[in-house]
Design a protein around this ligand. Structure first.
Ligand SMILES: Cc1ncc(CO)c(N)n1
Ligand SMILES: Cc1ncsc1CCO
Length: 229
């Protein structure tokens, strides 16, 4: 065992990504994702997804604000505060662009029931945020950033025949979101240096779980999932 990084040693974030390779493949192969670029995604499913995502982003912003509150260093406090505000900003943009086009009011969006998978995902995030230490919360919030960026850049190169879908893709496939994601990945590798193997493993477990929820969120949109009873 050596603490000295060698050219062969992988960073913590590289290790994390290696652990979700099959989940990421499944996301890229999902009919919702394929349908965004080939235009076969029904607009009704897209509309369902975007409304759920607005509801998701409010709770995601809360989780990021809690990460800011738990962060041990000033730089991380400021970064997560900034990203929490950014998530709300993206949520606001959904109202001003997509929901306006759909003819949906603020009240209609707020009155939409949170779908089971969405509630499960945000409840998990907020449970980790309130009950677990900072490094575990970082593991839990990371897939939201990273998977959307990886998906977004791939979708951006493929394009879409549907202008609605092109507009959505631009949010996550662009350079601005890329910078945000690089920032949080650098922070993750920095804090990982001080973590024990057990602490890293705990963070990695959350990372896998929320990556699964990312796949499930697309599936929820594709099926327009509703409460069975
Ligand atoms: C479900 C989900 N995950 C990640 C993002 C990225 O912000 C999002 N908007 N929605
Ligand atoms: C929308 C969003 N998703 C992850 S972080 C974030 C806010 C970036 O500023």
């Amino acid at each position: 065992m050596s603490d000295t990084p060698s050219p062969l040693s992988r960073s913590f974030t590289e290790e994390l990504w290696g652990g979700i390779a099959s989940i990421f493949e499944a996301i890229l192969a999902h009919p919702f994702i394929r349908g965004l670029t080939d235009g076969t995604l029904p607009e009704e499913a897209f509309r369902f997804y975007v409304i759920q995502d607005a509801l998701y982003l409010r709770d995601y912003a809360r989780a990021l604000a809690l990460a800011a509150a738990k962060a041990p260093q000033e730089q991380a406090i400021a970064m997560f505060c900034h990203h929490a505000a950014g998530a709300i900003e993206v949520e606001r943009q959904l109202h001003e662009s997509f929901f306006r086009d759909f003819g949906l009011t603020e009240q209609q969006v707020r009155a939409t029931p949170v779908a089971p998978t969405n509630l499960a995902y945000t409840s998990y995030l907020l449970r980790v945020a309130y009950a677990e230490p900072f490094h575990e919360l970082v593991g839990a919030v990371l897939p939201c950033y990273w998977i959307y960026q990886e998906v977004g850049t791939r979708l951006a190169t493929r394009g879409s025949p549907n202008p609605l879908y092109r507009r959505w893709i631009e949010t996550y496939g662009g350079e601005e979101f890329g910078r945000v994601v690089r920032e949080v990945l650098q922070l993750t590798d920095r804090i990982a240096e001080a973590l024990t193997p057990a602490q890293r493993a705990a963070a990695a477990r959350h990372f896998v779980t929320t990556s699964r929820y990312e796949w499930m969120f697309w599936e929820m949109g594709w099926r327009m999932e509703r409460w069975p009873v």
